[in-house]
Design a binder for this molecule. Sequence first.
Ligand code: FMN
Length: 376
Amino acid sequence: MLRTHLTTELGLRYPLIGAPMANLAGGELARAITQAGGLGMIGVGSRDSAEFVAREASAARRGNPDIRFGIGVMAWDVVRRPQLLAAVIAARPFLASVSFGTVGPHVARLHDAGILVTTQVHDSAETVAATEAGVDLIVVQGTEAGGHTGAVATMPLLQIVLQATTLPVVAAGGIATASGMAACLAAGAEGVWVGTAFIASPECGRQPAAISAILAARETDTIRTHAFDRAQGIPWPAPFPGRALRNDFTDRWHEREDQMAEDLSAQLRYRAACERGDYRLAHIYADRPWDWCRRRGRRERWCGRSPRALRCCCGHAVHICFTDGCTWTRVRGPIPTPGQPGSAGAALGPTGLQRCAKISNDLLHYSYHENDVIRL
Ligand SMILES: Cc1cc2nc3c(=O)[nH]c(=O)nc-3n(C[C@H](O)[C@H](O)[C@H](O)COP(=O)(O)O)c2cc1C
């Protein structure tokens, strides 16, 4: 088993959290991801009601009242609709995510209800604020993420955040394969927070036309834009445009949102396209679309795109991280002296550290040498 904070302290089989995704990640998906060994989350959108939260929580619990899941709300939305937080507390999730705004005012209430708290951060200032607010887990959300996100890429942000907090850190944004997961673990994350890779799952209930568009898209086909929010009149804060597939609507209105706001017929055409599922105009929030496991070499098997594929993907990440069955142990903070009692490296010793730091055949080869991590 991979030994990270998520598996040892939170009791997950795999260090993977299914990201909350408004309008897509409901109780069904959350439940499927948890059953597959991760932790599934329900996404609450700015137009979802308190009743929606209760209904999806009960869908997640169907047949198993003790199943664990999380719920994600937007901090800016909770400010204007405080009843959402009450609904989250009433739903008794294992984990609550309050992102895109200030998490601090909500931590004590959630903790008092026995709910763990996390938030997605986008820079070091947010990291420090979240740490001081007493959250239990920090999610680094890189700009590669599908949906609304900040401006800094996942890997640089992960390194910055790991230096800015001693809390457990989970990586999000553009992670969808075993190698991606292994890279994040190698860099010091305690796990991954994955959204887009699950969008084509049957449990998401996404329309076939949207799934086809996602699977047909190339890595250069996404854009971070406010255009769709402005067209819908959703007051997303300026630092968080949404990453979506480019289409005719973004080609016309991205960075021309003020003009679009004055063009009522453009807005009506967009809304009609959303209703009939015409994705030449309607939005599809997503990152570069990946399949969990692509056919690659002999070691990776095709697994489809359902949360069940998570087992295979995580199994492959375990394979990458555990060469020769050695234990994978996080090394955070100052590099430990090999074998020195009490140091992070003591449990494994220099040989074990060298072995466990051998992450991937083709990705990273680190060696532990005289108080330094050197790249071979
Ligand atoms: C369609 C979609 C909807 C999302 N909705 C939410 C949301 O309601 N709340 C939230 O905190 N994050 C939301 N996110 C962001 C995810 O929580 C997560 O950060 C992101 O999916 C990770 O990047 P990835 O898509 O590359 O895996 C959404 C992402 C997507 C793709």
